[in-house]
Design a protein around this ligand. Structure first.
Ligand code: HEM
Ligand code: HEM
Length: 184
């Protein structure tokens, strides 16, 4: 299903552009952009929205087999693009401080990205159509069975980490809005 790795190249390109903007802002202001000020805050919000899209859009499309709004291969590539770029923006948002729950949410974010990279590798070992259906007979059955089992095991790790991540992120966001924005 994933015939090219264009999403990885686009994510690297976006990462270079974002790093350039971050370096310029740091240079001009002579500080590491603080998480609670305009630039750092914007990075956190935009990055988090991309992470929310990563969590939801592919899963929704996956459960609507035969839907006409874009092939599964496109949505998985979009999942991977936003799943790399969103966390990178959130990482820059932290201003390199990792205290308390927000620090734990960042650690979970890093873990889910690495787990995603491993999952992409296992996923591409199972031949599929562009719409995500497994292609029977394309590789020996024994090999296919092993990959399916690995992918199922991987799902049981990747999905709960995502849930723990979003719960801690929502608590952090609630706290940040209350203490750093509303009380100011
Ligand atoms: C997954 C998403 C996010 C993660 C992992 C994250 C992580 C962090 C971390 C590690 C810090 C630094 C904490 C410290 O000082 O040690 C921080 C600060 C902050 N974050 Fe986030 N953040 C996320 C999303 C957001 C969003 C969406 C907002 C805004 C609505 C936000 C608002 C803030 C604010 C205002 C601060 C500064 C708090 C202060 O200066 O005391 N964060 N965040
Ligand atoms: C914010 C980061 C991420 C979150 C929250 C996230 C969340 C999820 C969720 C909830 C699923 C389950 C979809 C379903 O079966 O309904 C999933 C599947 C998957 N994710 Fe991620 N993911 C993230 C990043 C990544 C990254 C960076 C990659 C690859 C480099 C990746 C690759 C995959 C793959 C290959 C699947 C399996 C697709 C399938 O079995 O149909 N993810 N992800």
């Amino acid at each position: 299903m994933l015939k090219s790795n264009i999403e990885l190249w686009l994510a690297i390109l976006a990462g270079i552009v974002i790093t350039g903007v971050y370096a310029t802002v740091s240079f001009l202001t002579r500080t590491i952009p603080p998480a609670g000020e305009l630039f750092g805050h914007t990075l956190g919000i935009v990055g988090f929205v991309m992470m929310l899209m990563t969590e939801t859009l592919y899963s929704i499309r996956k459960r609507m087999r035969g839907a006409s709004w874009g092939r599964m291969s496109f949505w998985l590539q979009f999942h991977i693009f936003t799943g790399l770029v969103g966390p990178y923006m959130v990482l820059l948002h932290t201003s390199w401080k990792f205290n308390g729950l927000a620090g734990a949410a960042t650690l979970l974010t890093v873990i889910i990205v690495f787990s995603g990279i491993v999952g992409r590798y296992i996923f591409t070992r199972i031949p599929r159509t562009l719409d995500g259906m497994e292609l029977e007979g394309a590789v020996p059955e024994a090999l296919l069975r092993q990959s399916r089992r690995l992918l199922a095991l991987w799902h049981t790790i990747h999905i709960p980490i995502g849930m723990a991540l979003f719960i801690s992120a929502f608590v952090h966001i609630g706290g940040a809005i209350y203490y750093s924005t509303l009380l100011k």
